[in-house]
Design a protein around this ligand. Structure first.
Ligand SMILES: Cc1cc2nc3c(=O)[nH]c(=O)nc-3n(C[C@H](O)[C@H](O)[C@H](O)COP(=O)(O)OP(=O)(O)OC[C@H]3O[C@@H](n4cnc5c(N)ncnc54)[C@H](O)[C@@H]3O)c2cc1C
Ligand code: SF4
Ligand code: SF4
Length: 474
């Protein structure tokens, strides 16, 4: 038992952030780490609960409650409080494959159901996790595992996002010879080319990939399976194939004018921006002094807002088709809260433009273009949901100037053409599977199997998929 009264003595602190007008000048992480004393005090707030909901990996009303990886949270919180950081890290790595990813981008499902949050603020679990993994790198506690006894089996993993990486690592640790194929020019999936640099700095991904290479995993980039290399060819060389290709097909904008130039899909826009940043090139999609409208109200749209702010857009408007969420949480503990939140990107835009940039129950009616087929504006309209259908509200049309329209309306799954190139059958953009199996030697995991989700869910799915292959080979 650590400090039994920590949660009463110390208030939860969130990390300080650089001021909006300073941080939007670059794409760097804008959080300021705690000093050691504060970090230990924050860890001491953990009550080391008899039934720790934080690590429970439950589903309540079909939604994730508690850490899907069942991270040993109370144990490492306690060890941080004692100042035993290396021991704490060892308990962290027992369950968490890549805490530097989740420590930066996880929505902290664990904190939502922390017992402390019933009548006060949750323990800052995610900040503790990030602190530990960064200490581990800094102090050389992470050593590549080079003494792996190989079992003679070969597996190809298609896709280097979180599910592909966690699957590859688990298999490699268990003696399989693993090759990861990636169609992009950098590894990491949406960690690299979706989530912007200020939320997850890209050296962090490269640092981990280098470790995995040292441990024996082979990484091949710029190779799209299904076109550059056929699945039949792969089958000749590997015992098993794992598809971890994510949800590649974005939900399209369907309205008059939807073919205009200047309409960008969110992941294409975010990917190109990160690539330009890393390659030190000018931004291909330069939003400086442009009127930008973002369709969608989720995390992806928020990342587009933060990116538009850093590119000095003239105006940013976010259109959200659903109702404005309640200001007070409507779901009881231990559910993940249901209330309006203002994430970093929207917060930055609200600060810069001096108003809430979000418009709820609003969508695009029509895209207006010039003679060169470039977007110049949009007509928007108010809508509401009636019996599961979207209904227009009459006389609510309004014109807005728009130079760039960014579509962040979610993802459908695997496209018909991709599925065809993998020789796989799909139903409504989902591969038809028996749990992880397409057939005896072909597996699917991560967002490609589950639909769009979270990094932590993809990591767990990759591990579970690897365990199926390990079991089969026992
Ligand atoms: C903009 C954005 C921001 C997000 N922010 C967060 C966040 O803050 N926190 C969070 O928890 N989740 C976030 N998510 C969700 C999270 O990123 C995904 O759930 C997660 O990355 C899914 O992992 P995955 O490995 O299944 O797929 P992906 O990360 O999509 O990786 C799939 C990989 O497969 C490759 N690939 C596809 N087809 C082929 C092929 N035929 N051959 C070779 N390679 C191929 C792709 O290039 C890609 O690299 C975000 C998603 C987006 C779009
Ligand atoms: S991975 Fe996410 S849910 Fe799990 S302990 Fe870390 S922050 Fe919490
Ligand atoms: S639920 Fe909260 S207080 Fe309880 S063990 Fe987990 S982190 Fe600690």
């Amino acid at each position: 038992m650590g400090k039994p009264t920590g949660f009463m003595e110390y208030k939860r602190l969130n990390k300080s952030e650089y001021k909006v007008l300073d941080r939007i000048k670059n794409f760097n992480d804008f959080h300021i780490p705690f000093d050691l004393k504060t970090q230990r005090e924050q860890a001491s707030r953990c009550m080391n609960c008899g039934v720790p909901f934080c690590q429970s990996a439950m589903k309540v009303n079909n939604r994730n409650v508690g850490c899907p990886l069942s991270n040993l949270i109370p144990e490492w919180n306690h060890l941080i409080y004692l100042g035993l950081y290396e021991e704490a890290y060892k308990r962290l790595e027992a369950k968490a494959p890549f805490p530097e990813f989740t420590g930066n981008v996880c929505p902290a499902l664990c904190e939502a159901c922390c017992s402390c949050s019933i009548n006060d603020n949750a323990v800052g679990i995610r900040a503790n996790e990030l602190f530990l993994i960064e200490e581990a790198y800094k102090n050389g506690w992470i050593k590549p595992n080079k003494n792996i006894k190989r079992n003679g089996k070969k597996v190809a993993v298609i896709g280097s996002g979180p599910s592909g990486l966690s699957c590859a690592k688990k298999l490699n640790d268990n003696g399989f010879s693993v090759t990861v194929y990636e169609k992009s020019d950098r590894f990491g999936g949406l960690l690299m080319y979706g989530i912007p640099n200020m939320k997850l700095e890209k050296e962090i991904i490269e640092r981990r990939i280098n470790l995995l290479i040292e441990e024996g995993i082979v990484f091949i980039k710029n190779t799209k399976i299904g076109t550059d290399l056929s699945v039949d060819k792969l089958k000749e060389s590997y015992d098993d194939i794992v598809f971890a290709c994510g949800t590649q097909a974005a939900r399209p904008l369907i309205c008059n004018g939807a073919d205009a130039d200047g309409i960008l899909y969110a992941v294409d826009f975010l990917k190109e921006t990160t690539r330009n940043l890393l390659d030190e090139n000018d931004f291909k999609y330069n939003l400086k002094d442009k009127n930008v409208i973002i369709v969608g109200g989720g995390d992806t749209a928020n990342d587009c807002c933060g990116t538009a702010a850093r590119e000095n857009a003239k105006s940013v408007t976010e259109l959200e088709i659903t109702k404005e969420p309640p200001l007070e949480n409507t779901l009881p503990w231990p559910n993940y809260p249901n209330k309006k939140k203002t994430d970093y990107g929207v917060f930055e835009c609200n600060t810069i433009y001096g108003k809430d940039i979000r418009r709820y129950e609003t969508t695009i009616d029509e895209v207006i273009k010039d003679d060169n087929n470039h977007i110049i504006g949009v007509n928007i309209k108010k809508v509401r949901f009636e019996q599961g259908k979207i209904v227009d509200i009459p006389n609510t049309k309004e014109y807005l100037d728009c130079d760039y329209l960014i579509i962040a309306m979610g993802f459908l799954g695997t496209s018909d053409s991709d599925a065809k190139s993998y020789n796989m059958k799909i139903n409504r953009n989902r591969i038809i599977l028996n749990e992880f199996n397409y057939d005896d030697n072909i597996y699917v995991c991560g967002d490609m199997k589950n639909g769009q989700s979270l990094v932590v869910v993809a990591l767990k799915d990759g591990i579970d998929c690897a365990n199926k292959i390990i079991e089969k080979n026992r």
